[in-house]
Design a protein around this ligand. Structure first.
Ligand code: AMO
Length: 433
């Protein structure tokens, strides 16, 4: 194993070997400082030229920024140093030299545009505020998993290469599977539903979803991370309760365990865990309230999807997370159950004031109604036989939802582009890295 000391653990009085990247060199003449950065922070290395071996000084100060070096020496207290300690080196080894010309400046002194940052993500993630997003993302996923565990769920992994779409036929990525047409999965929807009829009953999955949508917006990706939940013997209200629990747990985990990262993002003072219950608004109320804001050129009528400006106008009024319930059946997918077999569905969305985070609902578990629903939506029930047939062998009533992982990170941290929340985003223009 690596026998180095992390910079954050270097204590005055230690003889330490630290390793990391050359963040900055400040040469003041007789004395020079090299700032070395590792994943835990930064430390000052002091070079007193007259008192040190020439080779050591030359190696330490001749190295290009962002090279990887290993430094051994005595850790001393120095109140003028950025972290209150510095190392007086006995040896400096250049482990991996960096080119003098860098495609972006990890010290953040020179700003780079998002495409340049995404092209050079490795260097971009050397910046504290960028690294912080992904540390928070990891903590968020950890907290979400723990919350699911608290809800008695089993984590599942379902196929990403599939034979059919579920979320509307136009948004599929076709691929060739041993000479046959197949697709990248748009949602684990049908698989998670199949599992509520299995011995597992209550499941969750965190995995990629693929959407071939053409739009190029700050909140759409072509590959996203979906956090999916499904439970037997739940109705839509139970599913909304579970959704609230999981979203709140994500905020709590970050508030508890990511103080430094929130600080790096300038959010230490303002970050808040949502404390009130998320209000539940019917679709009808939602369109009435949007119409009343007068912000839309045309009034919304029953059956319209909510346009982005409408979501924003309502979000501004609500000022917190809220659910929209009782959507018209006609604009919800075939697997969503109607309320009392009427025009209203059990479908719901969870909204952040700035965008939709979740869709869910109770599912149609009655075989005949399910097959009729396929036909009404112009889908061929035969293509979904692998799914529908399990509804003939004892499928309990059930409900669930899908939460966009990147949208949760984005709204939690107030990021202005969803790509900020993905290491290597896939969008209309971007297939590599
Ligand atoms: P839906 O299609 O609404 O529902 O997706 C659920 C949530 O996933 C996120 N999401 C996206 N995020 C970024 N880019 C995209 N292109 C994208 N598409 C979706 C959103 C959205 O609210 N099967 C249902 C869920 C269910 O009923 O359980 C579904 O996939 O945050």
């Amino acid at each position: 194993m690596d026998e180095r000391t992390y910079t954050a653990d270097a204590e005055p009085g230690d003889e330490a070997t630290v390793a990391g990247w050359v963040h900055e060199i400040r040469d003041l003449g007789g004395i020079a400082f090299l700032i070395l950065r590792d994943t835990t922070g930064k430390i000052q290395i002091k070079f007193e030229k007259d008192e040190m071996d020439d080779d050591l000084v030359e190696t330490g100060l001749g190295v290009h920024r962002e090279s990887v070096i290993r430094v051994a020496g005595a850790v001393e207290e120095e109140e003028r140093a950025p972290t209150g300690v510095e190392i007086v080196p006995d040896s400096v080894e250049v482990v991996a030299e960096a080119d003098p010309e860098l495609p972006l400046d990890p010290s953040g002194k020179v700003d780079a545009e998002l495409p340049t940052r995404l092209d050079n993500r490795t260097l971009d993630l050397r910046k504290d505020e960028v690294k912080a997003i992904f540390e928070i993302r990891a903590e968020l996923l950890r907290s979400v998993r723990e919350a699911f565990r608290g809800l008695g769920c089993t984590e599942i992994n379902t196929p990403k290469i599939v034979a059919t779409g579920t979320e509307g036929g136009t948004e599929l990525f076709p691929i060739t599977y041993f000479g046959e047409e197949a697709f990248m999965n748009q949602s684990p929807q049908l698989f998670k539903q199949l599992m509520v009829g299995s011995g597992l009953e209550r499941v969750f999955e965190i995995g990629p979803i693929f959407r071939a949508e053409e739009h190029n917006t700050p909140r759409h990706l072509n590959e996203a991370t979906s956090i999916d939940f499904e439970s037997a013997f739940f109705d839509e209200s139970d599913a909304m309760d579970a959704c609230e629990t999981v979203v709140r747990a994500a905020y709590e985990g970050v508030a508890e365990n990511c103080a430094d990262q929130l600080d790096a993002l300038g959010l230490a003072e303002t970050f808040e865990v949502p404390d009130e219950a998320f209000p539940r608004l019917s679709y009808e109320e939602a369109i009435e309230r949007i119409n009343a804001t007068g912000e839309l050129d045309e009034q919304l009528v029953w059956g319209d999807d909510l346009p982005t400006e409408g979501e924003h106008a309502l979000g501004k009024e609500m000022g917190q997370h809220y659910f929209i319930t009782e959507w018209p059946s006609e604009i919800k997918p075939f697997y969503i159950k109607d309320k009392d077999d009427g025009q209203l569905s059990t479908g719901f969305d969870l909204m952040h004031p700035s965008m939709e985070l979740v869709s869910g609902g109770q599912r149609e578990h009655r075989y005949d109604h399910l097959v009729d629903g396929f036909e009404q939506q112009g889908l061929d029930p035969d293509a979904f036989e692998y799914y529908t047939k399990m509804f003939r062998y004892g499928m309990p009533p059930h409900a669930g939802w899908g939460l966009g992982g990147e949208r949760l990170v984005m709204t939690m941290l107030g990021l202005d582009n969803i790509r900020e929340a993905v290491l290597f985003p896939r969008d209309r223009q971007r297939l590599s890295p």
